[in-house]
Design a protein around this ligand. Structure first.
Ligand SMILES: [Zn+2]
Ligand SMILES: [Zn+2]
Length: 307
């Protein structure tokens, strides 16, 4: 039985909790303070910042959240891979300076930035005049330069209409400008997050090709062998049938169920802040698991800010 946490009264009901958003510290378009202000304006009570493979926006996020009197949960969306299939793991309240985790995240970030020249070269061979500088010009203040910035450069050059077309025609797995890169094996990432005192939750488990890999059996294995704590069930990548099936899998393994927007600013349509939310009791369970994992960890995990 998990410890029940004392959650401020206003969080008991009717609270709107969005546990997955991106700023321009990864591939979102909003600077962190703008993202937090938009979250407040969208009527959210709690926001998690989960940029890809970096905790860079946390301090700024916390400061902005205090100014806006909105709850703030520091998170990271970790790039994992099974074979060539990309899996994303949301890590909540993990200590990003915990050495084994920090080393893996650095490796992933280097792999992402390191493939930019390869993608540029392939695009050049396809007759598109694009340079690495064009790509870097699209990445404002992020340590995590990657495909979305190549896509933005292609848009700026007029080669494609939007990011989606850039991915569909050139950058997605199997497309002509795609380059493989380093990512972590999910079981290992889950264990690192727990060791760093955090809570591992699989992001959009059945989105973008990961359905074939993350079967009910495989999810069960990640729980039993590695300590997976939750599934992001309510996400725009999942239709009603997917959500119902994932909810059943979560119930079978006593997993936390989260819901979130995966907001990217104007970088991704149909992902408005608060379009999916996490139920307060599930959020409470997540905080309780964080508390337990923090207690058994040698790391120094951050705390959620809940005004
Ligand atoms: Zn993702
Ligand atoms: Zn995301």
């Amino acid at each position: 039985m998990l410890n029940r946490l004392v959650v401020p009264r206003r969080y008991d009901r009717d609270v709107r909790i969005d546990l997955h958003t991106h700023s321009n510290r990864s591939d979102g378009t909003d600077p962190v303070p703008d993202l937090v202000a938009h979250a407040r304006a969208a009527g959210l009570d709690v926001l998690a910042l989960t940029d890809h493979d970096t905790a860079d926006g946390w301090a700024e996020g916390r400061t902005a959240a205090e100014a806006e009197a909105i709850g703030f949960v520091p998170g990271i969306e970790i790039s994992c891979k099974v074979g060539t299939t990309s899996i994303h793991l949301l890590a909540y309240l993990a200590d990003p300076s915990y050495e084994p985790l920090a080393a893996e995240l650095a490796h992933v970030r280097e792999g992402r930035t390191g493939r930019v020249p390869g993608m540029v070269e392939r695009l050049n061979r396809l007759g598109i005049r694009i340079t690495v500088e064009d790509v870097l010009a699209q990445a404002t203040g992020t340590p995590s330069v990657g495909r979305p910035h190549v896509a933005d450069a292609l848009v700026a050059l007029g080669a494609v209409a939007d990011r989606k077309e850039a991915f569909d025609r050139f950058l997605a797995e199997g497309r002509p400008a795609h380059v493989q890169r380093y990512a972590i094996e999910p079981g290992r990432a889950i264990e690192l997050v727990r060791a760093a005192g955090g809570v591992p939750v699989v992001a959009h488990p059945w989105g973008r090709g990961s359905r074939a890999v993350l079967t009910a059996d495989e999810i069960g294995r990640l729980v039993a062998e590695h300590g997976l704590a939750g599934l992001e069930v309510d996400h725009q990548d999942h239709d009603a049938a997917d959500r119902a099936a994932l909810r059943e899998i979560a119930a079978a393994h006593d997993l936390i169920v989260t819901g979130s927007s995966d907001h990217h600013g104007v970088g991704k349509t149909d992902h408005d802040l608060g379009c999916n939310t996490t139920a307060p009791d599930q959020f409470e369970a997540l905080l309780a698991v964080a508390k337990l994992n923090a207690a058994s960890s040698s790391a120094v995990p951050p705390e959620a800010y809940l005004p």
